[in-house]
Design a protein. Structure first.
Length: 340
């Protein structure tokens, strides 16, 4: 980030005169999320934006990331989710971008866009790191408590069994947090939407060991286009383009704007047998506000393969994919304008 510090310093100078307007615009974009009263959201936006501008103006990007990571760790320990902060970062980026590239030359515009994109992804990665650290802390705490309980009640099989289940769930959650961090790190530098979707599908499928994973978005005609990744033998190729109408369980997730989990596809009338061997399916919509941009589609050869933790992890993955796809789209649009 050091090499981007001068660019971000210039960005802070350009943004400072627009501070009040940015606060209002950012607060309005967060209002539908219901994170507090209108006045509370505006005050929080003002504090966060002021802190951001001060750090950027001083060239102290690492200090900014360290402070946000510290605050995120405190909030997560109190029970808050990293998803809300990720949404706020995405919303702020959309507010800042027009003012950073307006009137700039081609090199300056691309430089500002790249710097803002890198900063946004680093801030999201800091949130993931804080979430993973807290998950690890809770895991260690659960293990220590389990050891003490086993020592005090060795004769109780019921207690021992409950502790084993708790430990298994904690490890599963830790694995999911690791997945989020790995995917975010892999797709962060990618600016081409098709390649971004392919890399996301590949890394998610490999890490979660599902039969099939697809990342697809709706085009202007309402058709789904994107990329998929599957185990060898699922199709002629193990990865490639995906396209077609929004039907089946995917179509239902889009209509309802909500995750859909099918434990046994043979019992679901909407299921379309498009992947041989599938026994269970989970579809997570990619949401931007009230708009559905596309879906994440998971399929498994095991019945009842997806639980509530998988839905939660899928929703968080969807949030970061929306951010990454939005950044890639803005980057491509900026390049297109410069090319013209």
């Amino acid at each position: 980030m050091k090499k981007l510090a001068p660019t971000l310093q210039r960005a802070a100078e350009r943004l400072r005169p627009h501070r009040d307007a940015l606060v209002e615009e950012w607060a309005r974009s967060l209002a539908p999320l219901g994170s507090g009263t209108e006045e509370e959201v505006r005050e929080d936006c003002a504090r966060s934006l002021d802190a951001l501008l001060v750090r950027l103006a001083a060239g102290d990007v690492e200090g900014l990331l360290a402070e946000e990571s510290r605050q995120a760790a405190l909030d997560i320990r109190r029970g808050a989710s990293a998803v809300g902060r990720a949404r706020a970062i995405r919303a702020l980026g959309r507010c800042l971008l027009p003012r950073l590239i307006d009137g700039e030359t081609e090199p300056e515009r691309l430089e500002a866009l790249a710097a803002l994109d890198e900063l946004s992804m680093r801030r999201v990665e800091a949130l993931l790191a804080a979430q993973e650290e807290e998950s690890t802390r809770r895991l260690v705490e659960a293990q220590e408590q389990g050891a003490r309980a086993t020592e005090r009640a060795r004769e109780s099989r019921r207690v021992n069994e409950a502790l084993r289940r708790a430990e298994s769930e904690s490890w599963h959650r830790a694995e999911q947090i690791g997945l989020l961090a790995a995917v975010a790190h892999r797709i962060a530098p990618i600016k081409e939407p098709g390649e971004l979707m392919q890399q996301a599908a590949d890394s998610i499928r490999a890490r979660m060991d599902h039969t099939y994973v697809a990342v697809v978005v709706l085009d202007d005609d309402g058709e789904l286009v994107g990329r998929w990744s599957g185990r060898p033998g699922v199709g002629r190729e193990s990865r490639g383009r995906a396209e077609g109408p929004a039907a089946g369980v995917i179509g239902r997730a889009i209509r309802l704007r909500a995750p859909q989990v099918v434990g046994d596809v043979t019992a679901d009338p909407d299921y379309l047998p498009d992947v041989p061997g599938t026994r269970a399916e989970m579809v997570i919509p990619l949401l931007e506000g009230a708009e559905v941009l596309g879906v994440l589609d998971f399929q498994s050869e095991r019945t009842y393969a997806f639980g509530l933790d998988d839905v939660a992890a899928g929703e968080t993955l969807a949030e970061f994919l929306v951010i990454a796809l939005d950044n890639a789209r803005l980057y491509q649009e900026a390049r297109g304008r410069d090319g013209n």
